[in-house]
Design a protein around this ligand. Structure first.
Ligand SMILES: C[S@@+](CC[C@H](N)C(=O)[O-])C[C@H]1O[C@@H](n2cnc3c(N)ncnc32)[C@H](O)[C@@H]1O
Length: 238
C-alpha cells in the first residue's frame, strides 16, 4: 500500500499519543488495539459527531453500497470522526482498504478503543491518520471512493477547496468523491472560521464551483434520507 506503519509496543504507543498535540500529523498504528471495545465510559465522542450513531452509520454504509462499493475498493473516509461509518464498512472491506482521517485525535482513539471490535481492527488493519490539513499524501494510496459526511457543513470554502485539491492526485479516472452539505437557495455569509459545532451553508452552485476550481465535475444527488436534511453531491475528475 506504499505506507510505512510504525511498529510500537502498546506502552510506547500510549506515550506516543500523549506526546502529540491534537493537530499533529500522525499515522495511528493499525496493529495495536487497547482491547476495550464495547466498554464505553461515556458517549462524548458520539455526541461530538452529532449523535444518531446507528442511523447515520447505517445510512452512509447503505449509500456507499448502493453506489457500487465493493470489498476490493479502497475507501477514504474524510473526517472519519470516531468511525461511525468505519465500524460498518471496515469489516466489509479487504485489509488495509479503509483509510480514515480526522483532525481530532480523541475521536479516532475512541473509535478504536470503544467502537471497533478488536479482532476486526487486527484483521482489517484500517489506516487512520490524525491531520487537519487534508494531507492525503500520508496514505500514499489511490482511492476508489471517498466520502466526507458532514464535513463541509463545518468548514470554510477555502478549506473545501483545499480538501478537493489535495484529493485530486489520489483519484483515479473512475473514482468518486461523495460529500454532504447544507443547501441554501442563495449564498449566505458563513462564519469566517471553521467550527465543528457551527453550521456552514452553501448553494448548489457554490458546491459546483468548488469542484470546478479544483478540476472536478459535480453531480448533484440531493436527498439521500439524511435525518438533518444534508444533501449529497458526487465529484469526479474532469
Ligand atoms: C459532524 S462530524 C462527522 C464525522 C463523521 N464523518 C461521521 O459521520 O461520524 C465532523 C467531523 O469533521 C472533523 N473535521 C472538521 N474539520 C476537519 C479537518 N480540517 N480535517 C479533518 N477532520 C475535520 C471533526 O473532527 C469531526 O470528526
Amino acid at each position: 500500500m506504499g505506507l510505512q506503519l510504525f511498529r510500537f509496543p502498546y506502552a510506547a504507543l500510549l506515550r506516543f499519543f500523549k506526546s502529540k498535540s491534537n493537530m499533529a500529523n500522525d499515522v495511528i498504528p493499525s496493529h495495536s488495539h487497547p482491547g476495550s471495545a464495547g466498554t464505553k465510559n461515556n458517549d462524548n465522542h458520539r455526541l461530538y459527531v452529532g449523535g444518531l450513531w446507528e442511523e447515520i452509520g447505517n445510512l452512509q454504509f447503505s449509500f456507499l453500497l448502493s453506489q457500487g462499493l465493493c470489498k476490493e475498493h479502497v475507501l477514504l473516509d474524510i473526517a472519519c470522526g470516531s468511525l461511525r461509518l468505519g465500524v460498518k464498512v471496515i469489516p466489509f472491506l479487504e485489509p488495509g482498504h479503509y483509510l480514515g482521517i480526522d483532525k481530532e485525535r480523541m475521536l479516532i482513539e475512541k473509535g478504536i478503543s470503544e467502537e471497533l471490535d478488536e479482532s476486526i481492527f487486527s484483521e482489517k488493519k484500517p489506516i487512520l491518520i490524525c491531520n487537519s490539513d487534508f494531507d492525503f499524501n500520508q496514505f500514499g494510496v489511490y482511492v476508489d471512493m471517498a466520502i466526507a459526511q458532514s464535513l463541509f457543513t463545518h468548514i470554510t470554502s477555502p478549506q473545501i477547496c483545499s480538501c478537493l485539491a489535495n484529493l485530486r492526485p489520489w483519484m483515479k479516472p473512475e473514482s468518486r468523491f461523495f460529500a454532504t452539505f447544507f443547501e441554501s437557495e442563495s449564498e449566505v455569509k458563513n462564519p469566517s472560521e471553521p467550527d465543528d459545532h457551527g453550521m456552514f451553508v452553501y448553494t448548489r452552485r457554490q458546491m459546483e464551483d468548488f469542484g470546478t476550481s479544483q478540476g472536478f465535475s459535480m453531480n448533484y444527488l440531493g436527498h439521500w434520507n439524511h435525518p438533518r436534511n444534508q444533501m449529497m453531491v458526487e465529484y469526479r475528475l474532469c
